[in-house]
Design a protein around this ligand. Structure first.
Ligand code: PHE
Length: 350
């Protein structure tokens, strides 16, 4: 054996010993990685020794190469075993910090949107009074949305609702009243339907959004009177806002009802006193009343367009915005909160 081979093999042995003696330095995975680079890296100690291989006689190279491989495997195994030890220590440390008596983290649970909650409640009260649910298209034709409701083309009342047109004769429904027409066309009186759903208007400010939710009701039969309307709405309002709620009817105008009225309830914030905590009530502005819906006796022209005889049948209709009811019920001051999807707002209704 040549001297060169001898010193090469000795060099490899001491490399292995060197690595073994460094165990104390591998206290963390990061330090261990540094050792791995120092010994086995591309510019590491073992690679440095392999550079010397070329100086050996060709006949001695196989033995030297074999030994280098053995040493490389030994160092790798050593570092691997240290790494496994470190992993184990880390895991048991984490386990020792784990306190099984701590309360668990609650999973997030969704909740119904306040508009959905109020819509459901309003529907429940009205179906409890005998109204049936009717659903219809949000994209509506001009005839159902306007013409059959006593609003012929060019009728100035069309300006009351800023309409979003899909095409000349097709609109996004501005109210759910079109559904009442559909319901009447489908059957003979008596008719008692409620039509809940999304409606659209070209309107956007602090108190208006281009889409909002509405529910309308319709009752048609023989001898339906304004007194029936008043009784029905009073029962309805007291179920939603509480039995102390007062109701008043103010004369108003809608093309599809005659006579028409707007309905106010005693203010939900100040109880009708007009002031709260010594200052003017911000909800009713001191009047003691807040408006919640529109209503009236179905106009004979509407009956004519669905083929009902206005000499035989009478009926009442009413319509309200659900967001408005929800704002009054929950004391919400800003309509936009319903559409911002802020979880801090929404989770209060869970
Ligand atoms: N359709 C009316 C609106 O959207 C509400 C209403 C319905 C008024 C029924 C009277 C009778 O404003």
């Amino acid at each position: 054996m040549s001297n060169e081979l001898k010193s090469f093999l000795e060099g490899l042995d001491s490399l292995a010993q060197d690595c073994e003696s460094r165990k104390g330095q591998a206290c963390s995975l990061k330090e261990l990685e540094e050792l791995r680079v120092e010994f086995l890296g591309r510019k590491g100690k073992l690679a440095g020794m392999m550079g010397q291989l070329g100086k050996l006689d060709n006949s001695e190279k196989p033995e030297a190469g074999q030994k280098a491989n053995t040493v490389k495997q030994a160092i790798t195994a050593l570092l691997d075993s240290w790494e496994a030890e470190l992993h184990k220590a880390e895991a048991s440390e984490a386990l020792s910090k784990f306190d099984p008596s701590m309360p668990g983290r609650k999973p997030w649970a969704g909740s119904l949107h306040p508009v959905t909650l109020v819509m459901d409640e309003v529907c429940n009260v009205l179906t409890g009074l005998g109204f049936e649910h009717a659903a219809g298209p949000e994209v509506e034709n001009d005839w159902h949305n306007f013409e059959a409701l006593n609003m012929p083309p060019e009728h100035p009342a069309r300006d009351m609702q800023d309409t979003l047109y899909v095409s000349d004769k097709i609109v996004l429904r501005t109210h759910t009243s079109g559904m009442q027409i559909r319901s009447m066309l489908k059957q003979e009186p008596p008719v008692a339907v409620i039509c809940p759903g999304k409606v659209y208007r070209r309107d956007s400010d602090l108190t208006h959004t281009p889409m909002f939710h509405q529910i309308e009701g319709l009752l048609v039969d023989k001898n339906v009177s304004m007194a029936d309307l008043r009784g029905t709405l009073t029962v309805f309002v007291r179920q939603i806002f509480g039995s102390q709620t007062d109701v008043r009817f103010r004369p108003s105008f809608f093309p599809f009802t005659e006579p028409s009225a707007e309905v106010d309830i005693s203010c939900v914030m100040c109880g009708g006193k007009g002031e709260k905590d010594g200052s003017t009530c911000r909800v009713c502005k001191g009047t003691g009343w807040v408006e919640i819906l529109g209503c009236g006796m179905v106009d004979p022209n509407v009956f004519k367009s669905v083929g009902y005889d206005p000499e035989v049948f009478t009926g009442f209709a009413f319509g309200m915005g659900i967001e408005r009811i929800a704002m009054l019920k929950y004391g919400i001051g800003d309509l936009r909160m319903f559409f911002e999807n802020d979880v801090r707002f929404l989770e209060q209704f869970a």
